[in-house]
Design a protein around this ligand. Structure first.
Ligand SMILES: Nc1ncnc2c1ncn2[C@@H]1O[C@H](COP(=O)(O)OP(=O)(O)OP(=O)(O)O)[C@@H](O)[C@H]1O
Length: 313
């Protein structure tokens, strides 16, 4: 069974903005599904509809086998949503926050106790039990927020930019939590993110959207085929050398689209092997001090920029 099936969904606000424009997508049960898109693509509008806050203008949504618009109350008992702003009450203890959430979802006391202990254990929160919630770091507060939202054992967990503003080690710890939610609790995760690396590392399926509709959808590996071409990578010992070389290459129009990231030039390898041979020959002839030249697979960032029509410069 699909967790979510969306067919030609339209959301037009009263001011005339068409935030969702015949969007269609499918989310399988038990997967981590990431929604990517530039600002204003319609991600929040979609989450607000899927979590029953907004009504769609037209289109069909089936969630866990039922029509969302006809069964919003039932759907609400099956899902949980962790918004960007943490919803924990800093005047309550960790345990009180968890109990409060279990009461909201009408989980009976015995079941709630068992679930809370399992979640505290699974999310490695026991060491924080004795400390006031207000003293927790942003990452731990976010972890508690997700644990609280898991007390109802939702079938689908919506996460709106779950790692925004976190440093890389907190972000990686959060990825582990999300994998646990999927693997140990069999919960489907639907998340939005601006971090392409996060979507790449974490997701079973990614959907890239822009201007209210989907542009590409698939497993991270299969999305790489969207660019239909490999990338030429030329490495240097420092950024200045990369910039000098890119300027010289631009003058002779050898590579149509180039960008510099750290100490490297990345360019579309239009003719694959021939591009590689031509550039390699030119670098050697001109005595350019490069350190490496290779053809690499496109990254998810390359795919994102390609399908959303943004050129990296
Ligand atoms: N309540 C609203 N009323 C009118 N227009 C809205 C409303 N909410 C969103 N919009 C508009 O709908 C479009 C999509 O916005 P939305 O917030 O869904 O995109 P987003 O992908 O979540 O963007 P971001 O990544 O910046 O959060 C934008 O043009 C936005 O201005």
């Amino acid at each position: 069974m699909l967790a979510i099936e969306i067919d030609k969904l339209v959301k037009q606000y009263k001011n005339g903005v068409r935030a969702l424009d015949e969007l269609s997508l499918k989310v399988s049960c038990g997967e981590i599904f990431s929604l990517l898109g530039p600002n204003g693509a319609g991600k929040s509008s979609l989450i607000n509809i899927l979590t029953t806050f907004y009504n769609p203008t037209s289109g069909n949504i089936t969630m866990l086998g039922k029509d969302l618009c006809k069964n919003p109350e039932w759907i609400r008992t099956q899902i949980a949503c962790v918004a960007q702003r943490v919803s924990i009450d800093e005047h309550l203890s960790l345990m009180e926050n968890m109990i409060f959430q279990s009461r909201l979802y009408k989980v009976d006391n015995t079941t709630a106790k068992k679930r809370i202990n399992t979640l505290i254990d699974s999310f490695e929160l026991s060491q924080y039990l004795r400390h006031p919630v207000a003293s927790y770091s942003g990452g731990i507060k976010r972890r508690l927020d997700i644990a609280m939202n898991m007390v109802s054992y939702p079938q689908i967990l919506f996460l709106d930019e779950p790692t925004v503003g976190m440093d890389i080690s907190s972000r990686k710890a959060m990825w582990e939590i999300m994998r646990k939610v999927r693997d140990d609790f069999k919960t489907t995760i639907f998340l939005t993110t601006h971090y392409l690396e996060e979507a790449d590392q974490l997701s079973d399926t990614i959907c890239i959207m822009k201007e209210g509709h989907e542009l590409a959808q698939g497993m991270p590996g299969s999305l790489r085929q969207y660019t239909r071409q490999n990338i030429l990578h030329i490495g240097f010992s420092d950024t200045e050398k990369a910039k000098d070389c890119a300027e010289a290459l631009a003058k002779i129009h050898m590579l149509p689209s180039m960008s510099i990231r750290e100490n490297s030039i990345f360019a579309d390898a239009v003719d694959g092997r021939k591009t590689f041979e031509d550039v390699n020959k030119w670098l050697l002839e001109k005595n350019v001090p490069f350190e490496a030249i290779e053809i690499v697979q496109p990254s998810l960032e390359d795919v994102f920029l390609k399908v959303t029509g943004t050129e990296r410069r």
